[in-house]
Design a protein around this ligand. Structure first.
Ligand SMILES: Cc1cc2nc3c(=O)[nH]c(=O)nc-3n(C[C@H](O)[C@H](O)[C@H](O)COP(=O)(O)OP(=O)(O)OC[C@H]3O[C@@H](n4cnc5c(N)ncnc54)[C@H](O)[C@@H]3O)c2cc1C
Length: 384
């Protein structure tokens, strides 16, 4: 099977040329052994040199304004580059968060100075970001965060703890959600603010947490009375909740919610094509049909975001259905191992499958749990 050789919206000649160009770039990188395809490459495979190479191709912050180093490309162009990188299991983790959400967040809410000093480094693949939302007692209920920032004459003092921050140990900045004033009785979402925290500042401790596969990709970060300059505030003081909600839509709706393990599926189909033709066509047909639907949904959300809308509910749909699709895919492949046992699969395929099996449980947690996604959808439907 070759990737995505079925129609996707209306792919113009320019778009299909771009797709070809990305594929060529990836296949050359594979020939040069610049990376080994990995399941969940956007979380687990960080390669700053590869990120820089993408930056020099103009494929990071692609849709950002040229005056900040961007390329002013369309959402669909960015989408195509992102899909191809994800589908090949490329090492995109280092820049993923900066390219997906932090850069857009700064463009939307940042000061001119923040934009000028940070965005060009994001687009060149030299500045990486982590997300500082969750805390030990605050994951789903973000409004209850206890990390606080207190105003001083020359800036802020940040105190608290963030947890599960993917890639914080490799990042230059973390966008931290902190309380800057007590919640009002009427509205507990008030009084939160976002901060652009330079992770090289004194009194910041970053400690890795191994996941169940033994790998370290997320971290606990301690802010022990960290002095932040005035301009560390991102956006408006006290309006962090509105800002974070928009950021979550960027986080939840992208193709990584259903393409994290595509390199496994592709490898599997290529390997067992002869058997699948006889007894697995229904299985593959179902997976591909679901995948195509998810691509269209996810792309529609990307277009809404580009138009300045806040498609929280639609993003929740993509995440919930995408997580379900990936789980179903792994389960379907496991069932296939009743026909050809796992130990007879080629080693690389076995490894991809085993990694995916260990990582799938975290899909329905990261970026917001399944229950929370369903709650958002139910609210929109007027059911709660
Ligand atoms: C791989 C991975 C990467 C992550 N990366 C980051 C990151 O980079 N930055 C970051 O800030 N966070 C990150 N997280 C944290 C993630 O966002 C949280 O784990 C998630 O939001 C859930 O929060 P919690 O773990 O505190 O669980 P809790 O909120 O304590 O939830 C526990 C259980 O209760 C359920 N529950 C909670 N509230 C409700 C409700 N109102 N209705 C119904 N059920 C409910 C949940 O669905 C869940 O099953 C990551 C997590 C994972 C697994």
């Amino acid at each position: 099977m070759s990737k995505f050789n079925f129609p996707f919206i209306s792919e113009t000649k320019e778009l299909s040329n771009l797709r070809k160009e990305v594929r060529k770039f990836i296949s050359e990188a594979l020939i040069n052994k610049e990376f080994e395809p990995a399941a969940d490459g956007w979380v687990f495979s960080a390669n700053p040199n590869f990120s820089k190479k993408l930056g020099s191709k103009g494929w990071l912050g692609m849709s950002f304004p040229k005056k900040y180093g961007g390329n002013e490309k369309t959402t669909l162009e960015r989408y195509i580059v992102t899909e191809e990188l994800l589908a090949s299991g490329a090492p995109v983790a280092a820049h993923w968060i900066a390219d997906r959400q932090s850069g857009s967040q700064i463009l939307r809410y940042g000061t001119e100075e923040q934009k000028q000093s940070i965005i060009p480094k994001i687009t060149s693949g030299e500045c990486f970001f982590a997300i500082g939302m969750s805390e030990p007692d605050s994951g789903s209920d973000l409004a209850s965060v206890k990390t606080k920032a207190t105003k001083t004459d020359d800036g802020w003092i940040l105190e608290g703890r963030k947890i599960w921050s993917t890639g914080a140990h490799l990042s230059n900045y973390m966008i931290v959600l902190a309380r800057t004033s007590p919640a009002s009785e009427k509205n507990r979402h008030e009084g939160l603010s976002q901060f652009l925290v330079d992770l090289s500042l004194p009194n910041i401790g970053i400690k890795g947490i191994p996941d169940m596969s033994g790998q370290r990709h997320f971290n606990e970060t301690l802010f022990d009375k960290v002095k932040l300059p005035k301009d560390a505030l991102l956006g408006r003081e006290g309006k962090g909740w509105e800002q974070v909600v928009g950021e979550l839509a960027l986080e939840r709706s992208g193709p990584e919610r259903f393409l994290s393990h595509f390199c496994l599926l592709e490898n599997f189909i290529n390997q067992f094509r002869h058997v699948l033709v006889k007894s697995g066509s229904q299985l593959i047909g179902r997976l591909i049909a679901e995948l195509q639907t998810l691509r269209r949904m996810s792309f529609s959300v990307a277009s809404m975001l580009q138009n300045g809308e806040s498609p929280e509910t639609q993003a929740a749909f993509v995440k919930e259905l995408g997580n379900r699709f990936e789980k179903m895919m792994i389960e379907s492949l496991r069932e296939f191992s009743n026909i050809i046992p796992l130990y007879e699969w080629p080693k690389q395929l076995q490894n991809l499958f085993e990694d995916a099996t260990l990582r799938i449980p975290s899909n329905s947690l990261r970026g917001g749990t399944t229950e929370i996604m369903r709650g958002i959808i139910a609210r929109q439907l007027g059911l709660r």
